[in-house]
Write a protein that binds this ligand. Structure first.
Ligand code: ZN
Ligand code: ZN
Length: 310
């Protein structure tokens, strides 16, 4: 699982930071999932290593422009590029109507490549390898945080040992790989678990933006390997954070601490902390690290490979 930040500024883009979007590359399949799609995300994709043709699912947190204004452009380009595969988009109420209106008034044919799913707190999407859940955060408009959980995988199958035991290759290998016990024609019973290494524990990533400190974020991020949490403001500006229902660096760190995550990556920074100003992003990092030392600051194109669990 590889996370790439495509935009890390809040509200408006700056020279060095675009507005919100995070790409998640999944190792089990050549698929990319996007989380939010602020204006200019397709340009950011062009500058990154990510192939936009691999985008299969897009999860939208909320309907503020800095999280959705890039959607229609990205969808239009992907259609013109001849990407035939379907894109599933998940998000709050109003997302489907918004996309339909954009398409209608710009004479764009969405065809049936697009399916919009309205999310509710709980399970959003599930497949063999992954499950995605969401929770309602605390923002000025309905905003959902997402968690992506990779399912545990059986350990590596020792094919040499299976051969040495004289097990004839065939469909039984598939069963043994899953840890099942099989009976051979000669009557021997073979326990697949003994031929497999240690099972690999699935990883978890949580994405919480935009929100002020809230319990839903802690619940969503519980025991995550990586928590991506917004930190629009410095601690000193917490009054503004409460007023606008955004987080400070210290709130993000508290969520990380209470949820027991391994790594916190903060994003969605207010442009007011630009270099040269009294308070800078380094200050936000220090504030967060005093509460949760394992904190990183995201920047555009920062890529983080989620380490395997042992
Ligand atoms: Zn925002
Ligand atoms: Zn917002």
């Amino acid at each position: 699982m590889k996370i790439t930040f495509l935009g890390t500024s809040s509200g408006v883009p700056t020279r060095s930071r675009n507005v919100s979007s995070v790409a998640l590359r999944l190792p089990q399949k050549a698929e990319v999932w996007l989380f939010d799609c602020g204006e200019g995300t397709q340009h950011q994709l062009l500058r990154s290593e990510i192939k936009s043709s691999q985008i299969r699912r897009i999860f939208i947190t909320h309907m503020h422009g800095d999280h959705i204004f890039g959607l229609i452009g990205a969808i239009a380009s992907s259609g013109l590029a001849g990407n035939a595969h379907k894109i599933d988009i998940y998000g709050p109420a109003g997302l489907s109507e918004y996309l339909q209106a954009c398409a209608k008034y710009s004479y764009m044919n969405l065809g049936n490549r697009l399916k919009v799913h309205r999310v509710e707190p709980g399970l959003v999407y599930e497949e063999d390898n992954f499950a995605v859940h969401c929770q309602l955060l605390k923002h000025r408009v309905p905003a959902y945080g997402y968690s992506i959980t990779e399912k545990d995988r059986p350990g590596k199958f020792d094919i040499e040992q299976a051969k040495a035991l004289g097990i004839p290759p065939g469909p039984v290998y598939g069963k043994l790989k899953l840890g099942e016990t099989i009976t051979l024609e000669d009557g021997r019973q073979i326990n697949g678990q003994k031929l497999c290494g240690e099972p690999e524990e699935g990883r978890k990533v949580a994405y919480c933006t935009d929100t002020v400190f809230c319990d839903a974020a802690i619940e969503l991020a519980q025991d995550a390997d990586v928590l991506i949490h917004e930190a629009t403001f410095a601690h000193q500006d917490s009054e503004m954070a409460f007023e606008r229902l955004h987080s400070t660096s210290t709130m993000a760190a508290q969520v990380a601490l209470l949820a027991g995550v391994k790594q916190l990556i903060m994003t969605h920074f207010s442009p007011r902390y630009a270099p040269g100003n009294t308070l800078q992003l380094d200050d936000l990092k220090k504030e967060a690290r005093s509460i949760f030392p394992n904190t990183k600051l995201a920047y555009d194109f920062f890529t983080y490979e989620v380490p395997r669990r042992r």
